[in-house]
Design a protein. Structure first.
Length: 434
C-alpha cells in the first residue's frame, strides 16, 4: 500500500488492529456457540466478552513479539489474548484451525471493502448522470480509429460511462455476495472436532453466509472472481480516463482536467496544463489488473489445503481494494470538475468540410435508384477531395457540382442537417436513466 494513493476509510479495514479485532470476534462468537452446545463452560465465553467490553487496545507489537518466537500468527494472537483474559481463555479455538479464523476474517474484510467500493461507484454514477444531462444535446464528433466518424453528443459519452459503471456496480454487488462466506469447519473441513452449528452461529453474527464445502480453506475461485471484478472496474476507469486524455490533447482540446490556481504543469515549460490525474488513473488501473493473475493462480491449492495463497493475499487484498478506492474517488473528482468546451467541439465537428454527413448522402443515393457500389464511389470521390484539402473544400458544394449525383440541391442540403444525428438521444437516455 502506497500512502499517496490511499484513503483512510479503506486503509482502516486492513490495519493489523482491525484484523485482530475481527479475529477476536470470530473466536468469541465460536466460544459462545460451543458454550450453548455444552462443549465449553459458559463462563469461558463470558470471560472473553467481559474483557472485550473494556474496549482493550490491541497491542500489535506484543503480538508480533510472540509471533517472532512461535512463527505462527494465529497462535501468537491466541497466546496474547490468553495473557489478558486468564485461565478461561484456554477454551478458545476448540476444534478450530487457523484457516477458520484467517479465511473468515478475510471474507469480512473483503465484504467491508466492497461496501466502500460500491459507495464509491454510487458517487461516480451521480456525477456522470449530472454531466450527461448537462450535455445531453452538446454536439461533438464521434470518432472511430481516432478519426472523425459521425456526430454524437458529449452527453452520450457520459451516458455510456454511466451505463458501464452501473454494470460494474452490479458485478461488485455479486462479487461481494460470493466472497462473503464463513468457514468454521476444522482441520480438512470435515467438522470432526467442531459442530457445524458453530459455523452457522458465527456466520450469522458477523454477517456472512456459510461456506458449503470449505476443505479447511474457503475455495479460492471465490477470491479469483472477486479480484477479477476489481480488474474489470479498473479497466472501466482507464477507458474513461483515456477518453479525457485524448480530449485534452492540444489538437483536440474539447475538454480538460480542472487546472487549479497555483497549479504547475511542468518544471521546464510554464505553459503546460497536463492531464496528470487521468494519466495517474491509467497507471493505477494497471496495478489493480496486475493483482488479478495472482488471484487466479491461487485457485490451485494442494489437496484440502496449502498456504501458497496466503502471502499473495496479504498483498493483493489491501493493495487492490485501497488502490481501486482511491482511483474511483479520483475519477469522480475529475469528472465532477471536468472543463468542457462545447464551442471547440462544434468547431472540430465542422473541421472537415461536412465529411461527417457522407453516409446520409450514400443512403439517399441508393434510395434514389443508384447502386450501392456507384453511390459509394460518387460520395467517396468527392469526400477524398475534401480530405486532401484538409477541410478547406465543402463536401456539400462538391456534390452539388458533380453531374453524376442525381439528388437535387435541396435534397443534398437536407442530408447535412446536424439535428438528424441527435434525434434519438432521448431514447438512449431513457434506456440508461429510466
Amino acid at each position: 500500500m502506497v500512502p499517496r494513493y490511499a484513503r483512510p476509510a479503506m486503509t482502516a479495514i486492513w490495519t493489523p488492529e482491525a484484523r485482530f479485532r475481527i479475529w477476536f470476534e470470530i473466536e468469541a462468537h465460536a466460544t459462545d456457540a460451543l458454550a450453548e452446545l455444552g462443549v465449553v463452560p459458559k463462563s469461558a465465553a463470558k470471560a472473553l466478552w467481559d474483557w472485550w467490553a473494556t474496549n482493550p487496545a490491541i497491542d500489535v507489537p506484543a503480538i508480533d513479539a510472540i509471533e517472532a518466537v512461535t512463527k505462527h500468527d494465529v497462535i501468537a494472537f491466541l497466546t496474547w489474548v490468553a495473557e489478558q483474559v486468564g485461565d478461561e481463555a484456554r477454551f478458545m479455538h476448540q476444534g478450530m484451525t487457523s484457516s477458520d479464523v484467517l479465511d473468515t476474517c478475510l471474507a469480512v474484510q473483503l465484504a467491508q471493502a466492497s461496501d466502500v467500493l460500491i459507495a464509491d461507484i454510487d458517487a461516480l454514477l451521480a456525477v456522470l448522470k449530472r454531466r450527461a444531462i448537462e450535455h445531453r444535446l452538446t454536439p461533438t464528433i464521434g470518432r472511430s480509429h481516432g478519426i472523425h466518424a459521425e456526430p454524437v453528443t458529449f452527453g452520450l459519452k457520459m451516458a455510456q460511462a454511466h451505463a458501464e459503471f452501473a454494470r460494474n456496480r452490479e458485478r461488485l454487488v455479486t462479487a461481494r455476495a460470493d466472497i462473503a462466506t464463513c468457514a468454521i469447519s476444522g482441520a480438512v473441513g470435515t467438522f470432526a472436532n467442531i459442530d457445524p452449528r458453530v459455523e452457522e452461529h458465527v456466520a450469522a453474527k458477523i454477517g456472512l453466509s456459510v461456506e458449503p464445502v470449505s476443505t479447511q480453506v474457503i475455495p479460492r475461485d471465490r477470491h479469483a472472481m472477486f479480484f477479477a471484478t476489481l480488474g474489470v472496474v479498473a479497466s472501466s476507469i482507464e477507458r474513461l480516463a483515456t477518453e479525457v486524455r485524448h480530449l485534452q490533447r492540444t489538437e483536440v482540446l474539447e475538454a480538460e482536467e480542472y487546472f487549479s490556481p497555483g497549479q504547475k504543469g511542468s518544471s521546464a515549460m510554464p505553459h503546460k496544463r497536463n492531464p496528470v490525474l487521468t494519466e495517474n488513473l491509467t497507471g493505477l488501473a494497471r496495478m489493480v489488473r496486475g493483482y488479478v493473475t495472482p488471484a487466479l493462480e491461487n485457485v490451485t491449492l494442494w489437496h484440502e489445503r496449502d498456504i501458497s495463497h496466503s502471502s499473495v493475499e496479504r498483498y493483493i487484498g489491501p493493495d487492490a481494494t485501497i488502490t481501486l478506492d482511491f482511483a474511483l474517488a479520483r475519477l469522480t473528482g475529475v469528472m465532477d470538475k471536468l472543463v468542457v468546451y462545447p464551442e471547440r467541439m462544434l468547431k472540430n465537428l465542422n473541421k472537415m468540410g461536412g465529411l461527417v454527413h457522407s453516409q446520409r448522402v450514400l443512403l439517399a443515393l441508393t434510395q434514389a435508384g443508384v447502386s450501392r457500389e456507384d453511390s459509394y464511389r460518387l460520395v467517396q470521390r468527392n469526400a477524398m477531395k475534401v480530405w486532401d484539402s484538409d477541410g478547406a473544400l465543402s463536401l456539400l458544394e462538391l456534390l452539388k457540382a458533380d453531374p453524376e449525383v442525381t439528388l437535387s440541391d435541396a435534397e443534398l442540403e437536407d442530408k447535412f442537417d446536424l439535428g438528424y444525428h441527435l434525434r434519438h438521444v432521448d431514447t438512449i437516455f431513457a434506456r440508461v436513466f429510466g
